[in-house]
Design a protein around this ligand. Sequence first.
Ligand code: NAD
Length: 291
Amino acid sequence: MAAQIRVLGLGTMGGRSAARAASAGYDVRGFDPSPAAREAAEAAGVPVSDDAASVVADAGLILVSVPKPEHVRALAAEVLVKAPAGAVVIDLSTIDPGTARTAAAELAEHGVTYVDAPVLGRPATCGSWTLVCGGPAGVIDTVRPALTSTVAARVVRVGETGAGSVVKIANNLMFGAINAITAEAITLCERNGVDGRTFVETVAESGAATVSNLFKEIAPKMVSGDDDPAFALELLAKDNRLALELAESSGSPAPLARAIVDVNEIGLDHGLGTRDSGALARAYAEFGGGR
Ligand SMILES: NC(=O)c1ccc[n+]([C@@H]2O[C@H](COP(=O)([O-])OP(=O)(O)OC[C@H]3O[C@@H](n4cnc5c(N)ncnc54)[C@H](O)[C@@H]3O)[C@@H](O)[C@H]2O)c1
């Protein structure tokens, strides 16, 4: 199956996914409401349409990569219900598990299977992503070859519908923590006479137990002021809010999630939402000593 791959959402993640599927030889077509995203996809060899419903009409496999749960809910109700019975929706977006379960139930009535399959990986590593999937094992097994020949190295089923979203939200809570603490540590150094670059270079090369791949990626960008968005701060803020909501609704303790959500909001108040998550360092640089 999945000779026909349709992609809804041609932004940073979906655009790369569509381009890789096209270059792997699949029959691909994409939709995005943004003309700029459609043009970029076309330039990358992806045929596009300005009509979402026509894109899914003959779909075997539909990849969805949209920013927020409300976008998934709208697509499920208005567009994905028009996919042919037997089609499989692989939702790469980071959303809450409740939205995943609602979309799955709605689409099941039309014979369409919905799998939440958020991405563990960065845009530049499309092709070696891990997709954490929630949904029926048999269907996930059926689409695995198409996914591993395009966007993913691993397609891991972690449970029923919604379970993939739980894993992703928990993972991005760790992302939010590392992002915020890196900005905070750099600022601490700079307020105490140590250049941020010196701190980052010294620690990154040290083999200290604190050095993660993420630290190595974002810390140099923070100190150089490069905030070209690989992962926009507003998306991280959304993910961390989802973590806090999930913690609150399940009675899971979340003192750090609360702090991370607050820090992200300060970055958004500084107008940094569309910049890279590492732009949080700029907001930190402007904090007074009292916070
Ligand atoms: N960028 C990352 O590093 C990264 C990593 C893992 C997961 N994610 C998640 O993947 C999702 C996409 O992230 P991104 O960075 O590509 O965001 P993006 O903003 O670059 O792209 C999202 C695209 O979705 C489009 N869109 C909005 N509504 C739509 C609709 N109804 N139909 C079709 N397209 C629609 C937007 O126009 C935009 O082009 C988000 O949920 C994000 O949290 C991002």
